[in-house]
Design a protein around this ligand. Structure first.
Ligand SMILES: NC(=O)c1ccc[n+]([C@@H]2O[C@H](COP(=O)([O-])OP(=O)(O)OC[C@H]3O[C@@H](n4cnc5c(N)ncnc54)[C@H](OP(=O)(O)O)[C@@H]3O)[C@@H](O)[C@H]2O)c1
Length: 364
C-alpha cells in the first residue's frame, strides 16, 4: 500500500499568496477585503505532490496540498471553534483524497491547542511539524552563526517568543551549547519556567523587553505576533537572526536599514527526489518548510501517528525527527533572507560592514 500524506497551507503574505491561486482576485481585492471574504471560502484543493523519494529506501510517497482560506489575522480574530471547523474540513478533504497523515502548516498549527482537537476530530493522524521546525531552526542559526564568525559556544544567544511551543524547546536545545542565553517573552513567570528547563554551560537570563536582545550575537525569533516585533534598533552590528515566525517577526525596515546584520528564514529544507509540488507556494523548486518536511519524512518512515501535537514538544522528539529526516535525505537548503538566497558574497559583505560599524558600537 502506498504511503500518502496531505499538508495544509494558508495565505500569509495575503495579497501575494491569494494571487498565486486566483491572480485576478489577488490583484483587485484589498487585504481587508481578503481577510473578510476568506471567512466564507471552503477548503481549496491546490495540487498533488509527486517525485518525493527516500534516499534511504528508494520508496516514493504521494501527497496533496490543501489551502485553508483563512489568513493569520482572521484566525486570531475568529472564535477558535470556527477555525477548528475550517481546519477539520481541510482534514476531511485530505481523508477523501486518501491521505494517511495530515500536516498543519503555519498558523493552522498555532491556533487553540496546537492540533489536539483537530486530531481528535479526524480519522487520520495529525502532526504540526513543529518538532522538525525546532531542530532545523537551531541548526540553521548555528550554521549561520558559524559563517558569520560566531561560534555558539562562545556566543550570547537570544530566543524571542521563548514561552511558545517552538520557542521553549528551541531554548532548551540551544542551552546545551550556548555561551549565554537570553529568553525574551511577554510573561515573566512563564519565562522563568522555561529558564528552569534550560540546562547547559552558560548563564540564562529572562526579559520582557525586546531591547534585551541587543547584546546577542545570535537570535532565534518565533513569536505568533501578526506584526513584526524586531526593529533595526534592537540589533547590534554582526548579529545573526533566524526568523522562524510566519508572518515574520523581523521588520522589513531591518532589511532596508541594516546591511550589517544577517537575517535568515527559519529553515528551508531540500526534499529528496525529483520533487514536483504542483503548486508554487513561494519557495524554489524541491524545497519545503521544515513543518512540511516533517510530515513528508513521517510518511516516508511509515509513522502514521499523531507525532507532534500540543504545545509541549520534547527536545528528544526534535532530535528523533531530525534523525529520521536525515536518514531519508532531507537537509538544510542553504540560507534565505527576505525571500532571496544568501550568497557567500553577501555574507562577506555583511561581515565587513559589521566590522566597520562595530567600531562605533556600544551596548545600549
Ligand atoms: N517556519 C516554519 O516552518 C514554521 C512552522 C511552524 C510554525 N511556525 C511559526 O512559528 C510561530 C510560533 O508558533 P508556535 O506554535 O510556537 O506558537 P505559540 O505556541 O502560540 O507561541 C507563540 C509565542 O509568541 C508570543 N507572542 C504572541 N504574540 C506576541 C506579540 N504580539 N509580541 C511578542 N510575543 C508574542 C507568545 O507569548 P505568550 O506566551 O505570552 O502568549 C508565545 O511565546 C508562528 O509564527 C508560526 O506560524 C513556523
Amino acid at each position: 500500500m502506498e504511503n500518502t500524506f496531505a499538508f495544509i497551507i494558508h495565505p500569509i503574505q495575503i495579497k501575494r499568496d491569494v494571487e498565486r491561486k486566483f491572480p485576478l482576485l489577488g490583484k483587485i481585492l484589498t487585504e481587508r477585503q481578503i481577510n473578510f471574504f476568506s471567512r466564507f471560502f471552503p477548503p481549496l484543493y491546490l495540487s498533488e505532490m509527486r517525485g518525493i523519494v527516500s534516499a534511504h529506501t528508494g520508496k516514493e510517497v504521494r501527497g496533496w496540498l490543501i489551502a485553508a482560506p483563512y489568513t493569520p489575522p482572521t484566525m486570531l480574530a475568529l472564535p477558535v471553534e470556527a477555525v477548528y471547523k475550517k481546519i477539520v474540513a481541510c482534514g476531511h478533504m485530505a481523508e477523501s483524497l486518501g491521505a494517511k497523515l495530515l500536516g498543519l502548516g503555519a498558523f493552522t498549527s498555532v491556533v487553540g491547542d496546537a492540533g489536539r482537537t483537530i486530531a481528535d476530530r479526524l480519522e487520520i493522524p495529525v502532526t504540526t511539524g513543529d518538532s522538525y521546525t525546532i531542530a532545523v531552526a537551531v541548526e540553521a542559526l548555528t550554521d549561520a552563526g558559524r559563517v558569520m564568525g560566531h561560534d555558539i559556544a562562545h556566543s550570547t544567544v537570544a530566543v524571542v517568543g521563548a514561552t511558545g511551543a517552538i520557542g521553549k524547546t528551541c531554548a532548551e536545545i540551544i542551552a546545551r551549547t550556548a555561551g549565554e542565553l537570553i529568553l525574551v517573552g511577554r510573561r515573566e513567570d512563564a519565562l522563568h519556567a522555561v529558564a528552569e528547563r534550560c540546562v547547559g554551560p552558560g548563564p540564562v537570563r529572562v526579559s520582557t523587553d525586546m531591547h534585551a536582545i541587543y547584546p546577542a550575537d545570535l537570535i532565534l525569533t518565533v513569536t505568533s505576533a501578526v506584526h513584526a516585533v524586531i526593529e533595526p534598533q534592537h540589533l547590534k552590528p554582526g548579529a545573526v537572526v533566524c526568523d522562524v515566525a510566519r508572518p515574520r517577526d523581523v521588520s522589513k525596515q531591518v532589511a532596508a536599514m541594516r546591511d550589517d546584520v544577517l537575517v535568515i528564514e527559519g529553515g528551508m529544507i531540500d526534499v529528496p527526489g525529483p520533487v514536483d509540488f504542483g503548486f508554487d507556494f513561494g519557495f524554489p523548486p524541491g524545497k519545503a518548510y521544515a513543518c512540511m518536511a516533517e510530515t513528508i519524512a513521517l510518511a516516508l518512515e511509515g509513522r502514521f501517528e499523531d507525532y507532534t501535537i500540543g504545545k509541549d514538544i520534547s527536545a528528544a522528539q526534535a532530535d528523533e525527527i531530525a534523525a529520521i529526516a536525515k536518514r531519508h535525505g532531507f537537509k538544510l537548503a542553504g540560507f534565505r533572507s527576505f525571500e532571496r538566497a544568501v550568497t557567500d558574497q553577501s555574507i562577506a559583505e555583511v561581515r565587513s560592514r559589521a566590522e566597520v560599524n562595530r567600531r562605533g558600537w556600544s551596548p545600549a
